[in-house]
Design a binder for this molecule. Structure first.
Ligand SMILES: Cc1cc2nc3c(=O)[nH]c(=O)nc-3n(C[C@H](O)[C@H](O)[C@H](O)COP(=O)(O)OP(=O)(O)OC[C@H]3O[C@@H](n4cnc5c(N)ncnc54)[C@H](O)[C@@H]3O)c2cc1C
Ligand code: FES
Ligand code: FES
Length: 573
């Protein structure tokens, strides 16, 4: 009790926007979740608690943040989001969407019209995911800007004037499935909900149901968080300040998106007296592109980090969409996945296969400057969830080799040569490689690398791997000239399959070589049996995946997930 009172004294009041108006809550402990603040402190019980671990989506809210002068919208799970992480942001909940006179936002009205709700427990979460989609895909295409709304409200004040008619870009079935992958419904069935996602763009936006972005952006400026030195929840805005805070508070709990740490709070009931949040450090929120590699800041969320990876390596698209569900990808970071070092984490096998390095940084007190060291990703880990990071170090960058290196003739002025740092929100516009793998046919090409990553889990969507295998190989003159293989779910840490690589390198790329390497791969690791899979299953599947890679390298694309689209899946049920 005494400890709790001490915590409450040392946290600053937390301020965020609701309907364009600042809401301030005092005495919020550093480890209190956003859902607890909404439901218990603000008595906004529209946002539901289902699982309390980021799985069901009943607690989904949308976070609005100013990024490069624009408002971004991210659906996240409030049950595992620490409340102080939204300090200075806009929070939209299901209570914020309808107008004063009770008219529903299109995201709500579409669910009604399509019969997308039965018991209704999941419905607030679905509405918020739909609202996030509406703001990203439909609102920007509407004919009239929301600027005509009165200035007081971000969501227009209840009963305000109508600004918009119907319209908006269509949302495809596939997009709806991806964006709703973090919301579970036990009774309605998903077809009507997907119908609603596709229908909401054709519904009119009633008076008082729009977001005035200019007003919201101005309001966000007025609540920008001040320096928090000494606070129980530290969220420094620069890399230097972050590393200095790490050096001064080595015992503070580091958090990024909190999609792992949040469960330690809600499920393991851990308490943190001080938290150091890395996600505001602006340098770490960028993806920087260089001639030979691109560097993903540790605070770039998984959505943007995978956009950068897919942009460079297009076959990763399906794999990227199978990492958790959208709300977890919006909150969680690539840095958090790597630093957490779970043996069943998905990014690491891929990053090992791509030959990625990590950059660790610390504040050198003696020299009063930032010091850093770089190592291969697989060398970060020393054992089950342990790593070489020192008490004052942070993981800051993940450096990934590019798929296609620029030719010596290419000019830096063309935009493809020099360093092109860009905010993570823009990474999807990084141009695709001009040449490279024959992704279309999916067959290995002379001298060119062929990349595949396979995730085996019980559910297709929103599930953790039992086994993950990533293979990156080049073949020239019929012989394997380069190969790197990363594996997950088979050892205490994410690992590199060095023995299997040795069994393949310099060998002819034939079925016989593959069969021999399959035996090596199955014997290389001693996986454990747990609730996800038995050791025997894991070893068997590992070898099977190498054989699948061989078949795909021969052009058998129909056996992979990319050949399954929304239409074929619906036809199967
Ligand atoms: C429903 C659900 C589904 C999931 N599905 C998947 C999945 O499919 N695949 C998968 O791999 N994972 C999955 N996860 C796990 C989780 O989302 C990922 O591991 C995520 O990348 C963690 O990132 P984060 O930013 O949330 O990390 P956090 O939870 O904030 O931190 C995780 C750990 O990393 C440390 N840390 C974070 N950033 C740094 C840094 N910069 N320097 C040093 N230490 C740091 C923290 O101290 C903590 O120990 C899932 C989680 C949930 C809740
Ligand atoms: S309550 Fe289930 S995801 Fe938050
Ligand atoms: S309507 Fe009952 S869980 Fe979705």
């Amino acid at each position: 009790m005494l400890a709790r009172m001490t915590l409450e004294k040392t946290t600053r009041p937390l301020t965020f926007l609701r309907r364009g108006q600042p809401v301030t809550v005092g005495n919020v402990p550093p480890d209190r979740t956003l859902l607890q603040v909404l439901r218990e402190d603000l008595h906004c019980t529209g946002t539901k608690e289902g699982c309390g671990e980021g799985d069901c989506g009943a607690c989904t809210v949308v976070i609005g943040e100013a990024v490069d002068g624009k408002l971004t919208y991210q659906a996240v799970n409030s049950c595992i989001k620490l409340a102080h992480s939204v300090d200075g942001m806009a929070v939209f909940t299901v209570e914020d969407l309808s107008s004063d006179s009770g008219e529903q936002h299109p995201s709500q009205e579409a669910l009604v019209q399509c019969h997308g709700s039965q018991c209704g427990f999941c419905t607030p979460g679905f509405v918020m995911s739909l609202f996030g989609m509406y703001q990203r895909y439909i609102a920007p295409t509407l004919p009239t800007a929301c600027g005509s709304l009165p200035p007081e409200g971000a969501l227009a004040p209840r009963g305000g004037p109508s600004a918009l008619g119907s319209g908006g870009k269509g949302i495809t079935r596939e997009q709806a499935q991806v964006d709703l992958s973090g919301n579970l419904c036990r009774c309605t069935g998903y077809r009507p909900i997907l119908d609603a996602a596709q229908q909401m763009g054709s519904l009119p936006l009633p008076p008082g149901c729009g977001v005035d972005e200019a007003v919201t952006l101005a309001a966000l400026k007025s609540i920008r968080p001040k320096d928090q030195a000494g606070d129980a929840y530290l969220r420094p805005a620069t890399l230097r300040a972050l590393l200095q805070a790490r050096s001064s508070h080595p015992k503070a709990q580091i958090v990024a998106g909190c999609t792992d740490v949040g469960l330690w709070v809600t499920k393991m009931h851990k308490r943190f007296s001080q938290v150091l949040d890395v996600t505001a450090a602006r340098e770490l929120r960028r993806v920087e592109t260089y001639p030979h590699h691109f560097a993903i800041g540790a605070a770039v969320n998984l959505t943007d980090a995978f956009a950068a990876l897919v942009s460079e390596y297009p076959p990763l698209k399906t794999f990227a969409q199978r990492f958790a569900g959208l709300p977890v990808r919006n909150a969680g970071t690539l840095g958090g996945n790597v630093a957490n070092g779970s043996p069943i984490g998905d990014a690491m096998p891929l990053l090992i296969a791509l030959g990625a390095n990590v950059v660790l940084m610390r504040w050198d007190r003696k020299r009063q400057q930032i010091a850093h060291r770089e190592l291969r990703l697989e060398d970060l880990y020393t054992g089950y969830r342990t790593n070489v990071m020192k008490a004052d170090e942070l993981l800051c960058w993940i450096k990934v080799p590019r798929a296609v290196r620029p030719s010596p003739q290419s000019s830096p002025a063309s935009g493809r040569g020099g360093k092109t740092g860009r905010p993570a929100s823009e990474v999807s516009s990084i141009p695709l490689p001009l040449a490279g793998e024959d992704w279309g046919e999916g067959r290995t090409k002379e001298g060119q690398a062929f990349l595949r990553v396979y995730k085996i889990s019980k559910r297709f969507d929103d599930d953790i791997s039992a086994v993950c295998l990533a293979i990156h190989m080049s073949v020239a003159g019929g012989v394997v000239t380069q190969v790197s293989i990363g594996a997950g779910g088979v050892a205490a840490t994410p690992v590199r399959a060095c023995q299997t690589e040795a069994a393949l390198l310099g060998q002819p790329w034939t079925a016989d070589t593959v069969m021999a390497a399959t035996a090596t791969l199955r014997a290389e690791f001693k996986p454990i049996s747990d609730m996800r899979a038995s050791a025997h299953y894991r070893q068997t599947v590992l070898g099977n995946l190498l054989q699948r890679y061989w078949l795909e390298s021969q052009g058998m694309q129909h056996i992979n997930l990319e050949s399954l689209n929304a239409a074929t899946l619906e036809a199967m049920v």
